[in-house]
Design a protein around this ligand. Structure first.
Ligand SMILES: [Ca+2]
Length: 149
């Protein structure tokens, strides 16, 4: 508590997820709710929001503002974007460019991949596992409901 930087948060956001004042005793409280929101992950999760982010000059604060002013009331998830599936779905160039850097890949989707109409779901994990018996036996046996399609 009281460890946040007031300048790092948009001033129009005055309440946290629970509806409590974000600035208390003069300093923003860094509660669990604030730690959870990654504006890039939130934004990449919702294609309908990305055009507004672009119109806002590729400003990630748009997503933060949207979540606190609208998204949380609409029941939107803070992160349903699978950045590694995005990388695998564009394996031709993105594996080489990003490897396992999911944060960079997420920004790539927001800043380029969306307008380039890149797929986020072309890679089908269950199909991949079913193609390789050794992988299937290793992973699917552990979580059959996850991997058997
Ligand atoms: Ca994610």
């Amino acid at each position: 508590m009281n460890n946040g930087n007031n300048l790092a948060f948009p001033p129009e956001i005055k309440f946290d997820v629970a509806g409590n004042p974000r600035i208390f005793n003069g300093t923003i409280d860094l509660g669990a709710f604030e730690f959870l929101l990654d504006p890039a992950q939130y934004g990449a999760s919702y294609r309908d929001l990305i055009p507004y982010y672009i119109n806002a000059g590729y400003n990630l604060a748009f997503f933060t503002n949207h979540y606190y002013s609208n998204g949380r009331f609409e029941g939107r998830s803070i992160d349903s974007f699978d950045e590694f599936r995005y990388i695998a779905s564009n394996a031709g160039d993105l594996i080489g460019a990003f490897g396992l850097n999911g944060a960079a890949a997420t920004l790539h989707y927001l800043n380029n991949g969306y307008t380039e109409n890149r797929s986020t779901t072309a890679f089908i994990p269950s199909r991949y596992l079913n193609s390789y018996p050794d992988l299937f036996n290793l992973f699917a046996a552990r979580s059959p409901t996850l991997y058997v399609s």
